[in-house]
Every structure is written in C-alpha cells, then in structure tokens.
Design a protein around this ligand. Structure first.
Ligand code: ATP
Length: 297
C-alpha cells in the first residue's frame, strides 16, 4: 500500500472567535517525510487534527488521498495521528491496547510493535496511566510506527522523550520508512534534531502558512560566511544578514534570501568560508520576522 497525499485549500479553523488557522493551502506528496514547523500556538495541532478528521474546517477544504476524509471510513482507518494526549485506553495494559490497535488499524504489524516496546524498554503488562510522560510518548511512537498507516502524523510526540529515546524514535522511523514507504508528517518547534530526516518543510506562523517547500530548497536560501570581520562585512554589505557573531577577530554572518552568487564565488579569495545554515536558524529568523512585522503593523 502506498502513502496518501494530503492537500488543503483555503483552510480555516476557528475555536469560537479564535481563528487558529486562516487560508492555509498546502500539498504534501505521498511517500515522503514532511516537517510541520511552527512556534507555540501557531496552529500545528489544529492542522493535523483537521487532516485526521477529528475537527471540521470552518472554511476551505481538506483532501486526503484525493478525497474528503471527514467520516470516510477507509481514509480514517488508514490515517494515524499520534498526539501527546495519548488516545489510548488508560486502564488496560499496553498489550491489550496493542490488541485493540491491531483490530482498528488494517496495516498494524503486531510483531513489529512488540519489538519496538522492547527497544523502548516498555513493559507490555503496564497500563498507560502508570507510564511516565516520556514512556507514554514512546508508546505513542510504537503505535504510530507499527500502524504503518498510509498517512502517519506525529504531533510533537517526541518532545517528552529523553535524548536516547528520541534517537531510537528517529532511527526506527527512518529504517521502517525505508522498508515501508508511506506519508509521514512530523510536527515540532524543535527542529535541529529532526531536520536531517525532513524532505519537505511547511512552516505556519500565527495560523497562516509561511512557506511549504523542499527542505533542500529552503536550506539553499541561507548561507553562513566565516572569516576576518572586515572581509565578511565587505562581502555581506547590501545583503540580508539574519545573524552575526564574533569569536575574536573572526566573524560569522548568516545570510538569507536571494543570495548574490558572485559574493560566494569571491569569498574564498578573501579568506572567508561559506557553509550551510541549520534549518532551525532559518525557522527562528522567519518566525521572528513575521511576529515583529505584525507587532509593528
Ligand atoms: N480547544 C481550544 N479552544 C480555544 N482555542 C484553542 C483550542 N485549541 C487551540 N486553541 C488556540 O488555537 C491556536 C492554535 O493552537 P494549536 O494547539 O493548534 O497550536 P500548536 O502550533 O500545536 O501549538 P504548540 O506548539 O504550543 O502545541 C492557539 O492560539 C490556541 O490558543
């Protein structure tokens, strides 16, 4: 079974008078790993729960695998949204919960789920209500991965897990995705750890779409220049500098936007090296700038 595509058109979602999403139009291709990034309250959870048909749009449309997922049995049972709040039976053992997921999810792989429980050090006899926050998150990851759903979405689920467990999650996700390609969406406001596995990046800010593009294209819009301060200043004059820091006489400046390639070509002649910019830095810049713009509007 191949992954589902996801698209939204002019999507709006409101909670009473609060507009959580406004005019969001995105297209997420099947069988890829997509990152959904946004600051606290940006609307990530609202977008994912609307795609999963847990919430109805106030405006616009959502299409999963080319059709409306709302109350559509096939699309809903093949869509798995893992949220921090759990969606598990709290007073039954993990083993019984897995039995239940195996019945509810057509592609669920029970043996894989048990091997993941083992990898995360989770006791199948324990009940979800007796798990720590990190263990509960890990159980969500087990369910999400073992569901092998054509559309699997992890809503900031890794944030409560410790570093070794997060690493286990990333490794398991990449290995299982290689063997069973499907559409994966990972939402987060902590990007540095997950950025290498993201193929596309969608950023929402204050309920509006900021960008949705290939991760490599976004990275290509930023560059760091490191070298003697005066040489870096000469090269960056007239360009959009989004950050700068000094270490003794050495300056590192981060540029973003339509980069002047002539500058990059000249950099080496001036003893300046050009390097990539972490997505996290671009994300901070992009979301800071919009917040400031709106604040001063
Ligand atoms: N049940 C609700 N009732 C009213 N407002 C809500 C509700 N849920 C979310 N909101 C509001 O909708 C907006 C988007 O919230 P959402 O939870 O989707 O953001 P998020 O990007 O997932 O945030 P975070 O990273 O902090 O989890 C916020 O302004 C939030 O206060």
């Amino acid at each position: 079974m191949t992954g589902y595509s996801v698209s939204t058109s002019g999507l709006g979602v409101s909670y009473g008078r609060t507009a959580a999403l406004t005019d969001v139009t995105i297209d997420l291709a099947p069988d890829r790993i997509h990152g959904l990034l946004g600051r606290n309250g940006a609307g990530k959870s609202t977008l994912l729960s609307t795609i999963a048909s847990l919430r109805a749009p106030s405006a616009g449309t959502v299409a999963v695998d080319g059709g409306d997922p709302f109350e559509d049995e096939r699309r809903m049972e093949h869509t798995c949204l893992v949220r921090e709040c759990g969606d598990v039976i709290g007073d039954e053992s993990l083993k019984v919960n897995l039995d239940w997921f195996a019945l509810a999810r057509p592609s669920f792989d029970r043996m894989y789920a048990e091997s993941l429980l083992d990898r995360f050090g989770l006791d199948p006899r324990k009940k979800p209500q007796a798990l720590s926050r990190g263990q509960a998150s890990a159980f969500g990851v087990v369910v999400g991965l073992a569901s092998r759903s054509p559309l699997t979405m992890f809503d900031e689920v890794h944030l409560g897990m410790d570093a070794p467990s997060r690493n286990t999650f990333y490794e398991a996700l990449l290995a299982d995705f290689a063997e069973h390609p499907r559409t994966i969406v990972v939402s987060s406001h902590l990007i540095s750890e997950i950025e290498t596995m993201l193929e596309t990046v969608t950023i929402i800010d204050q309920g509006r779409l900021l960008l949705s593009e290939e991760a490599d294209d976004l990275r290509a819009r930023g560059v760091t220049l490191t070298g003697p301060a005066d040489a870096v200043d000469r090269l960056t004059a007239g360009q959009t500098v989004i950050g700068s820091r000094d270490l003794g006489p050495t300056r590192q400046a981060t540029l973003f936007g339509d980069l002047d390639t002539a500058v990059l070509d000249r950099a080496a002649d001036h003893g300046v090296t050009a390097g990539p910019v972490p997505l996290q830095d671009l994300f901070i810049h992009l979301t800071e700038r919009t917040s400031r713009t709106e604040a001063h509007a």
